[in-house]
Write a protein that binds this ligand. Structure first.
Ligand code: TNX
Length: 524
């Protein structure tokens, strides 16, 4: 046995062996998402003790992490230290890349993981324990925690309404606090193009501003206020780095072939009719979409995607693919000629051609295409991952075909829906998805055979912002449903329990409060 294995083993013994296991009357640990396994021991760690923060050789912890921990603990260097918090790495495969072990002894807290992400999640748990502690003490315990799904996502539409960089970072913090690892950033839409593309400056000069916005749900009443906003590439880089430090991958979404009016307003030559087009002032689905007949459309999109890939290092690029009416293509000479030349029998197959062609480009650049479940229509691109939003049917079909799937069925995962009776709630798009509905969701449908289950990468919550104009309202719609979703994607099914969750939420509301998040307080 090598020394580096013996030492941690010995340490573990000294931390836990002298303690007697106890079974507290009720689960005192309020961590959300709930950890896989917790064993409690007699005694507690006193948070008023001055502590030393230590890292084993080879452990990297960025300043931001240490800072947040130091701020919550008594880490005054001049004081005589009686406690230690130590971070260490193990080669134990059971922790995979995101799992961790957290041991709280009377004088020593140890976080151990196989990879940095695991250490980060261990620290998130510790921070929750500290912030939710009573009498400045944490019960001695041992937590072993490994996530259930690899895709634990939240989406944000910054097009219908724009959210500044500072808020996007606060949103990323919220994800990190709940051990979510994927941020799906919806950057282009009919109502606004929000990412600077150097080769096509008009995308933001023209495409990021709409003349006015419809008022409430009245399609013929407008506020008369120009509305705009976009992120410069420098800002995007800053957000990507911010997310990386929190072990969050950003999946950028560039919509095509539909939901593309803002781009067409800037570059009408890539539409079937040539325009002119206006950035949309109302919500909904529009008939003007990218022309699938002209090669120049693909060159444009590939140039855009090249800049996007430079900015976002993650594996996945989301290309939308949803809600693309075929009316323009039916009447477009170029589109019809393309169908003829490629032997495509209808416009659904033309959409499939569109997506496949983009997929080839992404694959050449070592990226993976992901799109909404409409990309199944007319035939799925060979290596595409499907995001199932119109219920689970698209996801099931894709998994049967051997494709990977992210679940976000709109009746569960659309956090733009009401979370209580509409007459008691602020204006929302429709539907009603309660906290409990979200909590009871299981992303792996029963229709799948055991050997297909691994195709379900996980699930995500979507925040479309037609009726969400401000950060405060966005937080209100996200919370507490995001907390429930975090258990759906992280916590072992056997450990999931609605009553325990509700009880744990009581303290968690205070935690959200102290981090200045707005939320809907569940009252029943
Ligand atoms: C459908 S989900 C859309 C969005 C809307 C959303 C509103 C999807 C792929 N398309 O464009 O914002 O419904 O809930």
């Amino acid at each position: 046995m090598k020394l580096r294995f013996i030492l941690p083993a010995l340490l573990l013994l000294t931390i836990t062996s002298c303690k007697r296991e106890i079974r507290p009357p009720e689960d005192p640990v309020e961590i959300i998402p709930r950890p896989t396994k917790i064993t409690y021991y007699e005694g507690s760690f006193d948070l008023s003790n001055p502590v030393e923060l230590k890292t084993d050789q080879g452990v990297y912890l960025s300043e931001i992490h240490l800072k947040s921990l130091k701020a919550k603990m008594n880490s005054d260097n001049s004081a005589k230290r009686t406690g230690t918090v130590i971070f260490r790495l193990t080669e134990d495969e059971t922790y995979s890349n995101e799992g961790y072990q957290l041991i709280v002894g009377k004088n020593r807290i140890q976080i151990m993981a196989k990879a940095e992400a695991g250490l980060f999640y261990g620290m998130q748990s510790l921070l929750q324990l500290i912030e939710k502690s009573e009498n400045n003490k944490i019960q001695c315990m041992e937590i072993t925690d490994i996530p259930k799904f690899e895709w634990r996502g939240m989406h944000l539409d910054v097009c219908r309404h724009f959210f500044p960089v500072e808020f996007v970072k606060k949103y990323i913090d919220l994800l990190a606090m709940h051990k979510m690892n994927t941020f799906h950033w919806h950057l282009t839409e009919d109502q606004g193009w929000r990412i600077e593309i150097k080769q096509y400056p008009k995308l933001t000069e023209i495409g990021s501003v709409r003349e006015a916005t419809m008022v409430g749900k009245n399609w013929d009443e407008f506020d008369g206020q120009p509305y705009g906003g976009y992120y410069t590439q420098e800002e995007i880089k800053e957000v990507v780095a911010y997310a990386q430090e929190r072990y969050i991958t950003i999946v950028p979404e560039i919509e095509m072939p539909g939901h593309s009016l803002a781009a067409l307003a800037a570059y009408p030559e890539y539409g079937c009719t040539g325009g002119p087009y206006d950035v949309a002032k109302t919500w909904g689905v529009f008939e003007d979409v990218y022309c699938a007949g002209k090669d120049s459309t693909f060159i444009f999109l590939q140039n855009v995607l090249s800049e996007v890939m430079e900015l976002f290092p993650g594996e996945y690029i989301h290309i939308g693919g949803d809600e693309c009416p075929k009316t323009r293509w039916e009447e477009c000479e170029d589109c019809q000629a393309r169908m003829e030349a490629e032997g495509l029998k209808d416009e659904a197959e033309l959409q499939s051609y569109f997506i496949r062609r983009i997929e080839q480009f992404l694959l050449k650049n070592n990226r993976q295409l992901i799109g909404w479940d409409e990309i199944l229509e007319g035939g799925l691109a060979p290596e595409a991952t499907v995001m199932s939003w119109r219920g689970e049917a698209g996801g099931i079909e894709a998994a049967h075909m051997g494709h990977d799937v992210v679940m976000c069925p709109n009746d569960i995962c659309y956090f733009d829906h009401y979370q209580g009776p509409p007459e008691e709630e602020p204006l929302a798009i429709g539907g009603m998805t309660t906290l409990e509905d979200v909590y009871h969701y299981h992303p792996v449908p029963e229709e799948l055979e055991a050997e297909q289950e691994h195709h379900i990468l996980g699930a995500q919550g979507n925040l479309w912002t037609e009726y969400i104009p401000t950060p405060e309202k966005l937080e209100y719609m996200a919370l507490p449903r995001l907390c429930a979703l975090s258990e759906v994607v992280w916590t072992n099914r056997e450990k999931m329990n609605w009553n325990s969750f509700k009880q744990r939420m009581e303290k968690h509301y205070g935690y959200l409060n102290s981090h200045n998040y707005n939320y809907r307080k569940e009252t029943n």
